[in-house]
Each structure stands twice: as structure tokens, then as C-alpha cells.
Design a protein around this ligand. Structure first.
Ligand code: ZN
Length: 271
């Protein structure tokens, strides 16, 4: 084999094994093998063992979730990889899965993407309506953060179909995995504080877990380190409301039970 032939051959193998790794991710996520093997998260596990980025891991898990009930698309994913069916994962329904599986089988990912885009444009032209809305700037900013790369229509569809995990009473601070993904993904991994575009780092119970032992997605937010500390200093006004209503205040409310709990936590942290 000459150099070119070797490169081509190895590259083919590399892609094939990468696809195999991607297909294993949902199982790894469910069984939490990573925890057992001493990794902090599935992201660390996938990065250290297979050089996969967090974005790819998220992508694969999301795509798998969308197609796991559609055997036709799962079959294509087995052969061509999870990400080969990405363009159709969000539009295929049980009824149209066969149609989209055929297209995914015969088209490259790029061609498929183009096809889906134009297909949607054609079917949407007649049915799409222009809407004007009056939104408070802070609401719009949060929506934009949530939207990320999506079109407005895709965001609305996602919101309509969003399966919000149910609140659970718990004895442990450990937030169930599905809920973690929900809360962290809500604003594309960004801090939930209005206008803050730093990546989130810490899941924060706005009601304080010590006061009410509940993991509730409506009161579980993802904050950057600075905003988490500010919250624990009692300087969030309207903390019990949705993030776009939060404001900073100059001094903590010392009659609030949360203040008492946060003081105790501060004590542990510095002590
Ligand atoms: Zn922040």
C-alpha cells in the first residue's frame, strides 16, 4: 500500500470505530458505566477514552432519544452512524420514519440536510405565518439564549413538545440524570441568569435543597460560578420566580430562611 492508500484505509477504519463508539453512548448514559469506572461524567469518560467532545456526546444522546422508537431510522444509524440521521431525527414521525429512513440511506449527510431544508421550506411556505409579538427585553434575551442555532419555529416546536421531567422528592442531593440534562440544556448549557452568557457550571436549587428536599425542574437552575455565589449570598431578588424576573439586590433579606441556610453553607465552605 502506498501512503495515500494507507491513509484512506486507516481513515475509513477510524470513522467506522467512531460510529461504533457513538452508538454505545446511550447505553453508557443509561447504565452510568462511567461512574463505576471513576469518571466524573459521561463527558469526561467519552473525552478521555475516545477523544469525543461534549457537544458530540450531547448530539448523539439527543438524536438517539428522537429515533429509538423508530426502528427504520435506528437501522440506518447502526450502519451509517447516529449523526448520519441527524437531519431527519427531529422531523421524522412514526408515520414518516420509513420515508426518511430511505432518504437517509441513499443520501450523504450534507445532501440530506439540504433536502430536508428545502423540503421544509416548500411545505412551510403556505402554512407559515408572520407573527409580531410584544416581549419584554429580558424575556426576549432569555428566548434568544434558549434558541441558540435553532430557527424560531424550531424553538417553538421544541417548547411545545418539551417533556419536562417531574419533580421528585429525594433524600440525596444527586439530581436525576434526565433532570440534569433538562436543566443544563434549557439555555444551551449557558448560565440561566438574565444576560449572562457564561457557561453554566453548577446546578442550583432556588428553594434550597436543605429546606425542601425536592428536585423540581421549575426550581432547578444552572448557574455560572459567580452567579451561584451571588445567589448564596442572598442577593437574588425574586429568586423563586423564573430567571428572567431575577434582579440583584443590595443586601440579603436576613429574615429569609434561605439566608440562614446559606450562612451555614458559607461556614462549611470557609471552615
Ligand atoms: Zn452567570
Amino acid at each position: 500500500m502506498n501512503t495515500h492508500e494507507k491513509f484512506k484505509e486507516y481513515g475509513k477504519k477510524a470513522l467506522e470505530y467512531r460510529r461504533k463508539c457513538e452508538m454505545l453512548l446511550p447505553e453508557i448514559f443509561k447504565s452510568e458505566i462511567w461512574r463505576e469506572k471513576g469518571f466524573l461524567s459521561i463527558y469526561e469518560y467519552a473525552a478521555k477514552l475516545a477523544g469525543m467532545s461534549a457537544a458530540v456526546v450531547d448530539d448523539c444522546l439527543k438524536i438517539h432519544k428522537r429515533i429509538e422508537d423508530k426502528p427504520e431510522l435506528m437501522a440506518i444509524a447502526e450502519v451509517k452512524g447516529l449523526r448520519a440521521v441527524k437531519p431527519v431525527a427531529y422531523i421524522a414521525t412514526q408515520e414518516t420514519a420509513v420515508f426518511w429512513a430511505d432518504k437517509a440511506a441513499e443520501m450523504s449527510q450534507h445532501t440530506l440536510q439540504t433536502y430536508v431544508k428545502e423540503f421544509r421550506n416548500e411545505s412551510d411556505v403556505k402554512s407559515e405565518e408572520e407573527v409580531t409579538m410584544k416581549l419584554k427585553p429580558e424575556v426576549l434575551k432569555q428566548l434568544e439564549k434558549m434558541r441558540g442555532e435553532l430557527t424560531w419555529n424550531d424553538l417553538m416546536e421544541r417548547l411545545l413538545g418539551n417533556d419536562v421531567p417531574e419533580a421528585v422528592e429525594a433524600s440525596s442531593r444527586h439530581v436525576p440524570n434526565e433532570m440534569q440534562r433538562f436543566s443544563k440544556g434549557k439555555f444551551n448549557g449557558k448560565c440561566h441568569y438574565p444576560n449572562c452568557t457564561r457557561p453554566g457550571e453548577i446546578l442550583h436549587h432556588t428553594q434550597r435543597f436543605a429546606l425542601e428536599r425536592v428536585h423540581d425542574p421549575a426550581r432547578l437552575v444552572y448557574l455560572c460560578k459567580a452567579h451561584e455565589q451571588i445567589a448564596h449570598l442572598g442577593l437574588f431578588d425574586n429568586e423563586d420566580e423564573a430567571p428572567h424576573s431575577w434582579r440583584l439586590r443590595e443586601a440579603a433579606d436576613k429574615s429569609d430562611l434561605k439566608y440562614f441556610v446559606d450562612r451555614k453553607v458559607q461556614g462549611y465552605r470557609s471552615g
